[in-house]
Design a protein around this ligand. Sequence first.
Ligand SMILES: [Zn+2]
Ligand SMILES: [Zn+2]
Length: 246
Amino acid sequence: MIMNSGSTKPVFFRFNDVLKDRPDRDFHIHTNITDGSSSLEEYIEKALSLHLPEIAFTEHVRRSSPWYHSFVERVEQLRESYKNKIRIFHGIEAKILNLQGDLDATDEMLDTAELILGSVHRFPDSCLQGFRTMDALPPSAFADSEFRLSLAIIKESRATVLAHPGGMYIRKFNEPFPRNYLENLIDLASKYDTAIEINSKYSKDVLFDVGMFSRLNPCISPGSDAHTIEDLGSVLQFMRSMQQRL
Ligand SMILES: [Zn+2]
Ligand SMILES: [Zn+2]
């Protein structure tokens, strides 16, 4: 059993308020505990040099991840050491496993994590619509599958954030996720108390998203999806360019 010493969960703010005056934060960071290349300490030092008041480490987990306890303990130790300088959260990024909303994380991880990024990374068989792999799906069926899994994250899972909405589609087809799907997800996220991630690694087209985000004004979670300290804070530049386009 992990003792969550001094744990508080982050509060999410609405898009228009974040652009106006809310604190800078980067809530999507992978360290060398999983597939990132920088350490927890290196990220914290970099965050201090960027004057970031808040960061969240969101490691990729699976139900079988053996390092989870030591990760939480280490972040909690560092949080204590740096408590007067920066607020540090520990979270997870977990993929959705089915349309019933199960995430690839144990109940203990879901109970302990201060931030749960729910991600579409793979499509289960029930979403392949007769095709053998997700790679074989044509764009419309691919978008539809990613949309239905994203809906399950928002409506059925314990995720607090829908990570990189439409990200698999954007990466595969190199174009924005269809507007009607994105609009639907943003709209529903507000109703279900789920934050929508602004992910600077996947969302490449500021002009495409900014009007819709401003109009629907969801709670958002900014994330660079950092895998190295050079990536840290890149979402803030992305959001500043969103601000300029409004
Ligand atoms: Zn991801
Ligand atoms: Zn990630």
